[in-house]
Design a protein around this ligand. Sequence first.
Ligand SMILES: [Zn+2]
Length: 216
Amino acid sequence: MYDFERDKIIEASNEIISSSMTVGSWGNISMRTDDGNIVITPSGKNYKKLKKEDLVVTDINGNVISGKFKPSSERLMHYEIYKKRNDVNAIVHTHASYSSILSVINEDLPVITEDVAMILGHVKVAKYAITGSMDLALNVASALDNSNAAIMANHGAVAVGSDMERAYTAAQVLEKSCKIFVFSKIIGKLNVIPEDDVKRLYEISEAYLSQWKQWD
Ligand SMILES: [Zn+2]
């Protein structure tokens, strides 16, 4: 059951490992199915060995429907995001290096490049709370109010989308943009895109994304 979602999650898991956006079993990925259930990566399983039958199916309140492993220990964050954002059907949480630098210095990512405007919007830092807690889940869901990504203070990053391609693309754009932000701050002054242009860029992003799909 849920073969489509399982394939997409395994594909994204392989991508976050091969692109060094996370290591070992850190980070987690989920999708919301058409009937409102959640397919999510299991707790503590190394991504390199992850198979689609290892994924866990739960309802949006965390009741396990099927799976031989426990769902991700950070599952509450996924549920709270899906409850808050009806437009989100895929979530990618990583411990990527440059996103983690912003999480440590506790700085939002301003709209510094056009892809940030089109894919992410202004990215906020969600207030720190310990991993797996409901406080963290609520802080992250709150930071995702008007954006497709959030930095998690002293932890990592989360990216969302209406499908897995968009969520994964948001995770990639976030990490690349945090790298640009870090180096720009080291070298000189940051120039951000004017607010009116940010709005225009966001409006045309749907057309842009449909041309830009890399998968399938
Ligand atoms: Zn984490």
